[in-house]
Design a binder for this molecule. Structure first.
Ligand SMILES: [Zn+2]
Length: 475
């Protein structure tokens, strides 16, 4: 296949054209100028706002003037990431595209298809004279990738359409009506540097070759995070040897899954060989764990001298910070609420997965919730490993339920059933059932019966079943 064979031809024509225009987040001046020139060239009403958002209007094709005005939205900034061996200045250099099999890719950099393909689609429609449509407003927002500040800055009246379709999605033929959120965390540590000790073996250890991807759209695909893999290894070393950490660096961007991570460490000279053995064992372990999603994973260890002072790793409990789950990456992809699911982690053929559930409505105390014998699945082969409370503030869920789907067991959908003994005593003790003796029961919540009608009756039966449906999709 050749670039000129890509279809729709005009979409890819404009995609190639905007690849020539640098557009990192917060530095969109060149692409804004391009859009203004485009609007002028095609005789279309074009305006910008203070944030730099651009709106280009196109009247309806004849006979369609009475249709509702549709706003098509895309963002004009792109994630700028490159391989470490590539020379590229995202402020001045064009993105070089290349055909690889049936894909259009960039040479050593991000492609900017997010959301360049949305921008190109709008431009193709604006430039066309053979697509029938009602009144159109094409909205191009700035700085989506680093905080959606362009969209936030939109003022009332900038657009006038009735329907807005956001083109920033990755799936053809699907419309999204919601999405996951994200959070930025800045962690600061104080430490006392001191001179590098002698008689130590200084080495650089790296995790490389990972698939990476977008931290939003690809987060459910079971891919490895280089930071997590590296820190998991360092934590093992730190537990075994008096180890020093001199440098650590991984990932480039807050919204890309880190593909490479590297640390400079030191262990006593006598442990030099055993660290190499440790890394070989660890590499085999993670290769097995990510055999499906990370075929090109590799690790490297080389002797290297530190330039700076060192600090002790053990002081920081690094693992808790970088990696939320030390052993099995939490996929978060089997859900009982939204009933969506994607991948789960495989280890020696068994599948490990974490379901997040909200047990609040069961009113059961922690002792009941964490008692594994209270649970069953429809498929009796599924094993519950443990149930842990979620401590993160603001989580809509209360517990992680870690399950194992043993090798050979096939499920697509199941129900986790909590068979709680009875209505918890505290509910009776702290409530007056119907509120008839309010004066005698001033310390109680009255009228529980009416408050939780239906629920309360259910609780009076011997067993209370709480059933949480979830689905599993195997890749
Ligand atoms: Zn995007």
């Amino acid at each position: 296949m050749d670039k000129k064979d890509l279809k729709p031809a005009s979409v890819f024509h404009y995609f190639e054209e905007i690849c020539q225009v640098p557009r990192p987040s917060k530095r969109e001046e060149k692409i804004i100028a391009y859009l203004k020139a485009f609007g002028e060239k095609h005789g279309l009403e074009t305006k910008t706002d203070e944030a730099g958002n651009v709106l280009i209007k196109k009247p309806a094709t004849p006979g369609r003037e009475n249709l509702k005005t549709v706003i098509l939205q895309s963002h004009i900034d792109m994630v700028c990431e490159k391989n470490s061996d590539v020379e590229h200045d995202f402020l001045t250099d064009p993105i070089e595209t290349v055909i690889d099999g049936e894909w259009l890719k960039a040479k050593g950099t991000t492609l900017g298809a997010d959301n360049g393909i949305g921008v190109a689609t709008e431009l193709a429609i604006l430039a066309s004279d053979d697509i029938e449509h009602g009144p159109l407003e094409c909205l191009f927002t700035v700085d989506e990738e680093t905080g959606l500040t362009g969209a936030f800055a939109l003022k009332e009246g900038f657009m006038s359409g009735d329907i807005l379709i956001n083109l920033d999605s990755e799936d053809e033929g699907e419309l999204f009506i919601g999405c996951a959120g994200g959070a930025n965390t800045t962690a600061e540590f104080a430490y006392q540097p001191f001179p590098a000790p002698q008689d130590y073996f200084y080495f650089s250890v790296a995790v490389k070759g990972l698939t990476g991807g977008h931290s939003g759209d690809d987060i459910n695909k079971g891919r490895a995070n280089a930071n997590k893999l590296l820190v998991r290894f360092l934590t093992q070393l730190a537990a075994k040897y008096p180890m020093y950490l001199c440098e650590i660096d991984g990932g480039n961007l807050h919204n890309a899954i880190p593909r490479e991570a590297r640390a400079l460490c030191a262990v006593p000279m006598k442990d030099k060989e055993s660290v190499r053995v440790d890394l070989n064992i660890y590499t085999a372990e993670i290769e097995n764990e990510f055999a499906v999603t990370e075929p090109n994973l590799k690790t490297e260890l080389s002797s290297e001298a530190p330039e700076v002072s060192v600090n002790e790793l053990g002081n920081f409990g690094f693992e808790d910070i970088v990696s939320y789950s030390p052993k099995v990456a939490e996929p978060y992809d089997i859900q009982n609420r939204a009933l969506t699911s994607t991948t789960i982690n495989s280890k020696k053929g068994d599948y490990y997965a974490t379901i997040r559930v909200d047990f609040r409505s069961t009113l059961q105390p922690e002792t009941v919730i964490q008692n594994l014998s209270n649970y069953t699945f429809n498929n009796q082969s599924i094993i519950i490993e443990d149930i842990k409370p979620i401590t993160a503030q603001g989580s809509p869920y209360t517990h992680f339920v870690n399950i194992v789907i043993p090798k050979g067991v096939n499920i697509a959908e199941d129900n986790l059933i909590l068979k709680a003994p009875q209505m918890p005593n505290w509910v009776f003790e702290s409530n007056d059932e119907n509120g008839k003796n309010v004066n005698d029961n001033l310390n109680k919540t009255t009228g529980i019966k009416y408050l939780i009608e239906g629920v309360a009756d259910a609780y009076k039966k011997d067993n209370i079943l709480t059933s949480l449906k979830f689905t599993v999709k195997r890749k």
